[in-house]
Design a protein around this ligand. Structure first.
Ligand SMILES: C[S@@+](CC[C@H](N)C(=O)[O-])C[C@H]1O[C@@H](n2cnc3c(N)ncnc32)[C@H](O)[C@@H]1O
Length: 466
């Protein structure tokens, strides 16, 4: 039986014996083992030994033959690799063949890689792009790459746009970590859609919110489910405008049930997170993660009573112990590292999440109750979101502020809050909850009507224009 050590020894001392071994090994698994363990191939090693294996019946043998041919970096093999990339029956072998051509990093590969940009497998196209990007300044390569800007595959599109996009000209000249002073620790009473008209582009770092649940409470009555989703999208499109480049929106929702009208009617369940998700994806929000908020079963409405008695299939109704926190990022060609690099070393150090933290996407947190508001965030949930998705000094926004839980968390963690709420009684509740906060002296909490907020915005603009 050939061992890894023996292969390495032959590589050092006896190429001829190694060639013989590769040529004469019949058993596919053994041959695959040898090819897989060849590692780096020294100068003088002849790639011809791999050529017959390019048509071997075993997919893994062909894959490793192609990979090893790529290591040789001999342009004589480009044609053979191109044929493999185009016609091999196994997609992994085809992708590896393109990658092997790319790794040769010689100008001779350019026309071959351009030919592969027409492949029907997006991964082949992506490998060919990778190879061509080495020659990004070559006119032919650049022309072919730019032609892919409207390629049907979204990953191809995004890579090309990222490589060739002009630098993003932010509409807001403010440095990324800053936000408008007139919005810091401010709560505005009114319809969020109206208030947002007076908020400048790209001024908010993070939005975390729990929207009103469709027709479940007094403050959430809509003409139809479609009207409800349209309303939410009106809000989240504006949130998109006011969010800084590459920053996050986290929406807490769960499917909701509207009880039956009478015993002769059925209840109806609305999949809010999923319907909203489809719309957010189409309006410039990139899906990042789905976090599941898990509550103890004793804290949720019991839907099991009927089934517990009758045990008839189809009548099963599980207790809903979860809600979603859907995480989105404002679409950008820039990587998360770009966002992080906008902050000073000190700000990054001070914002680090130290100690133990939740490593999974299931967050076990008890629900919270409030004497005035019927559907409040637990502070522990807000604390986690604020810590994981913002930096100290950031501006954190809740368009559906309710009792102001997010404001408390933001303040506790050295961030500023900006909250809007349309119901008078909840606005008053926020006053109670947020005035006593140990807020930054310069930015004591302010509770404003829409007109007052509008004036502040104008004042800040005038100040900047002077
Ligand atoms: C689920 S509650 C949010 C509770 C909040 N997360 C908390 O911790 O207290 C949703 C809130 O959105 C408010 N709301 C509904 N429509 C609104 C609108 N158009 N503009 C501003 N607030 C609105 C409701 O009055 C309600 O207080």
């Amino acid at each position: 039986m050939v061992t890894k050590e023996y292969i390495q020894e032959l590589k050092r001392k006896n190429f001829e014996e190694l060639y013989r071994l590769i040529r004469e090994t019949q058993e596919s698994r053994e041959l695959f083992f040898i090819l897989e363990n060849l590692g780096y191939l020294p100068n003088g090693f002849k790639g011809e030994v791999f050529v017959p294996l390019i048509v071997h019946l075993n997919d893994s043998v062909r894959f490793w033959a192609v990979k090893n041919l790529g290591k040789i970096s001999n342009p004589d093999f480009i044609g053979l690799l191109l044929r493999t990339a185009k016609y091999d029956k196994d997609s992994m072998v085809r992708r590896e063949a393109v990658s092997s051509i790319g790794r040769m990093r010689t100008q001779q590969t350019i026309p071959y890689l351009i030919e592969l940009l027409d492949d029907s497998d997006p991964k082949v196209v992506l490998q060919a792009i990778r190879g061509l990007l080495v020659f990004k300044t070559n006119i032919e390569a650049q022309k072919a790459l730019r032609n892919l800007e409207n390629h049907p595959n979204e990953m191809v599109q995004s890579v090309i746009r990222r490589e060739f996009s002009q630098n993003h000209n932010s509409k807001n000249q403010q440095p990324h970590p800053s936000s408008p002073d007139f919005m810091k620790n401010v709560v505005v009473h009114g319809d969020v859609r109206e208030i947002l008209r007076h908020v400048p582009d790209e001024s908010v770092h993070l939005t975390f919110t729990s929207p009103p649940y469709y027709n479940a409470r007094d403050y959430a009555i809509y003409e139809s489910y479609k009207a409800y989703l349209d309303f939410l999208m009106e809000v989240f499109s504006e949130v998109h405008r006011v969010t800084k480049e590459g920053r996050f929106l986290i929406v807490n929702t769960s499917p909701i049930i509207i009880p039956r009208m009478s015993r002769s009617h059925a209840s109806k369940r609305y999949p809010i997170p999923f319907d909203l998700h489809a719309r957010l994806g189409e309006s410039g929000w990139e899906f990042i993660d789905d976090l599941v908020w898990l509550k103890p079963e004793t804290c949720v409405k019991n839907r099991n009573a009927g089934f517990l008695q009758h045990r008839k299939p189809l009548g099963y109704k599980p207790n809903a112990v979860t809600e979603y926190l859907m995480v989105y990022r404002k679409e950008t060609e820039k990587l998360l590292d770009w966002n992080i690099h906008q902050y000073s070393w000190k700000a990054v150090e001070e914002s680090k999440v130290n100690g133990e933290y939740e490593t999974s996407n299931v967050w076990k947190i008890d629900p919270a109750f409030d004497s005035v508001h019927t559907a409040v965030f637990p502070i522990a949930l807000c604390n986690r979101v604020v810590e994981f998705y913002s930096y100290k000094g950031d501006l954190v926004f809740d368009p559906f502020g309710g009792s102001g839980t997010l404001g408390k968390a933001a303040n506790n963690l050295g961030r500023y809050f900006f909250l809007t709420e349309q119901e008078e009684k909840y606005f008053e509740r926020m006053k109670e909850n947020l005035t006593t906060l140990d807020a930054v002296k310069l930015h004591q909490p302010r509770f404003l009507k829409v007109d007052e907020f509008k004036l502040l915005n104008q004042g800040e603009n005038d100040g900047h224009n002077n």
